[in-house]
Design a protein around this ligand. Structure first.
Ligand code: ADP
Ligand code: MG
Length: 207
């Protein structure tokens, strides 16, 4: 993947977030404050506007992450912004991203989310989609699967991970205030993570 592909990912992510904003907001209304779709829509629109030209892939993600941190309200803005900036930093100045580099960037993104939010798997957060996605990506990579296949494996694992948040009791973020009443609902951030990784798989599959 090159810088143009990464920019395409941010654009596709923005489109999917916008199309799914109401659904994400409904999920957040059930166990949070009902702003997740709105937050991400605003953040990803800003990221699209901030996409720079003629820079390497890493700088594309760093610019998108910075825009998301500054324009997205709620807990998810700093978390997604950090994830993108960490992924961008992992790319360094390379002009091309191969399967290994993308895996390293996804791992760096997960570490960024966990450094900031302190959530572990099972806490009913975006980590429950991102962590299995990174693991699935790395497992596919170890099996010799190409970048597009690894990205697809990650997206599938993220979707499963998001589904698996339904019975969980939230231990981090706003939903944790509900205690056991958070059970029985999908975590909005896990759902949006699955959506972002599906967009990545789509773009990777086109290359
Ligand atoms: P807020 O909760 O501040 O209204 P959003 O609604 O935009 O922010 O995002 C909520 C999502 O953020 C949750 O569904 C969860 O996935 C994620 N989240 C919240 N706190 C954390 C955390 N400490 N670590 C990881 N993800 C978190
Ligand atoms: Mg919210």
């Amino acid at each position: 993947m090159n810088a143009g592909d990464l920019a395409s990912w941010i654009r596709q992510a923005a489109e999917r977030v916008s199309a799914d904003a109401d659904r994400l907001t409904r999920l957040d209304a059930a166990i949070g404050d009902g702003d997740h779709g709105l937050n991400l829509d605003r953040g990803f629109r800003a990221a699209v506007e901030a996409l720079p030209e003629d820079v390497p892939p890493g700088k594309v993600l760093i610019a998108a992450g910075r825009a998301i941190v500054s324009k997205t309200g709620g807990a998810s803005g700093p978390l997604y912004g950090t994830a993108l900036r960490r992924a961008g930093k992992a790319f360094g100045d390379a002009a091309e991203v191969d399967a290994v580099a993308l895996g390293d960037a996804l791992r760096a993104a997960l570490e960024g989310v966990q450094d900031l939010g302190k959530a572990v798997e099972g806490d009913k957060t975006m980590v429950d989609a991102l962590a299995p996605a990174v693991a699935a990506y790395e497992a596919a990579l170890a099996d010799g699967v190409d970048l597009a296949g690894c990205a697809r494996a990650a997206a599938e694992a993220a979707a499963k991970g998001a589904d698996a948040t339904v019975p969980m009791r939230a231990r981090k973020g706003r939903a944790s205030y509900l205690g056991e009443r958070s059970e029985g609902h999908m975590d909005p951030g896990a759902s949006s993570t699955a959506l972002l990784l599906q967009a990545l798989a789509d773009v990777a599959g086109e290359g």
